[in-house]
Design a protein around this ligand. Structure first.
Ligand SMILES: Nc1ncnc2c1ncn2[C@@H]1O[C@H](COP(=O)(O)OP(=O)(O)O)[C@@H](O)[C@H]1O
Ligand SMILES: [Mg+2]
Length: 353
């Protein structure tokens, strides 16, 4: 089921004034895909999801499921499955009863409901825990029950709001792979909300990067990472984060600290304009004939790679490079580097190159 959001907007009216939580967003979620809604806390992800679910009424705009405008439908008429961060299972019911609950609500005969519950419990890998109470399960198992309960109604659209946030690091990784597998197996159109860029990048067919209620960029994770539309997106994706080097225009040249970055800059900027050069840590290449001399402050080993903390000539700010750990680099030495790639942003954060 294709989900289409058109100019979708939500304004919360509060005593202190109005909060525009979601500001005229346009997103198409293709049938059968897993789309990650990514952005920092408070950027409007949950509000967007709850409007799709029918729990919040949009202030403006429309929601389409396929050809149908569902904006005014109550949640139970939308054919959605919803999973929250805190599982929200019924504590007094067993796993089986929890999963069967939505079907009994729909008045499905008990035998058929039990069979469906069994099928989805097996799909999410908790078939052997059916008689336990939620309190007898780990967080990861509880979240699987919640997912089975959302899927058992065979929804057209599955909505997940930070489903992994309450799990510890190892379970988070494992459950994330499980969700990907379950989504592939069922083919259900899925919207996955998270503030964790790595999680969104690894699980999503497409990501939607949001901030302050607006959509910055939509695309395949690799495309958004490689071609960020602005500085916000460039900074939000990637660990360690991108280096942002303060720069400025001097006549036709782009300069930073004591260095000239580009002699002839073919960009829409004039003398004195402030710019930022974006260099991902992996864009730094150690090269004895490199254009820039840097001072190595510190070297950290991080398994296969090592990171170099360094300063440019004429600058006190430190930056980070990731290089293969086989490369010989010593702290408190001067070495030369090149950039294999770069981005240039204007003072508003818009990407120029
Ligand atoms: N029920 C509500 N009433 C008033 N303001 C709300 C409500 N829900 C969310 N907000 C506000 O809307 C903004 C977006 O919130 P939310 O969608 O929960 O963000 P996210 O899920 O990305 O962390 C925040 O400023 C939040 O305080
Ligand atoms: Mg939220």
């Amino acid at each position: 089921m294709e989900v289409k959001l058109i100019n979708l907007t939500k304004v919360f009216s509060k005593k202190e004034g109005d909060v525009c939580a979601v500001d005229h967003i346009n997103i198409t979620i293709p049938t059968g895909k897993l789309v990650g809604l990514l952005g920092p806390s408070g950027c409007g992800k949950s509000t967007t999801l709850y409007m799709i679910a029918g729990l919040h009424r949009p202030t403006e705009g429309e929601i389409y499921f396929g050809e149908n405008e569902v904006s005014k439908f109550p949640p139970e008429k939308r054919g959605i499955g919803l999973v929250f961060q805190n599982y929200a299972l019924y504590p007094h019911l067993t796993v089986r009863q929890n999963i069967m609950f939505p079907l009994e609500n729909k008045k499905m005969p008990k035998q058929e409901a039990a069979e469906k519950a069994e099928e989805y419990a097996n799909l999410v890998g908790i078939g052997d825990l059916m008689d336990r109470k939620p309190s007898q399960l780990s967080g990861g198992q509880q979240q699987r029950v919640a997912i089975a309960r959302a899927l058992v109604k065979e929804p057209e659209v599955l909505l997940l709001d930070e489903p992994l946030s309450n799990l510890d690091a190892r379970l988070r990784l494992q459950t994330r792979e499980e969700i990907k597998r379950i989504q592939k197996e069922t083919g259900v159109t899925t919207i996955f909300v998270t503030h964790d860029q790595e999680e969104a990048m690894s699980i999503s067919d497409e990501i939607v990067v949001m901030n302050f209620g607006v959509v910055h960029q939509i695309g395949k994770p690799q495309d958004v990472y490689n071609e960020p539309i602005d500085m916000f997106v460039a900074k939000f994706l990637g660990t360690p984060p991108i280096n942002i080097i303060p720069a400025h225009m001097e006549k036709d040249k782009i300069c930073f600290f004591d260095e000239t970055f580009k002699e002839k800059a073919d960009i829409d900027a004039k003398d004195g304009d402030e710019l930022s050069i974006g260099i991902r840590p992996e864009f730094v290449q150690v090269d004895e004939k490199g254009k820039y001399q840097i001072h190595v402050e510190m070297v950290e080993y991080i398994g296969r790679d090592k990171s170099i903390i360094f300063k440019f000539k004429g600058g006190e700010q430190t930056f980070k490079a990731i290089v293969p750990s086989t490369l010989e680099v010593l702290p408190d030495t001067d070495i030369r580097i090149n950039f294999t790639r770069f981005f240039i942003f204007d003072s508003e954060g818009k990407r120029l190159i």
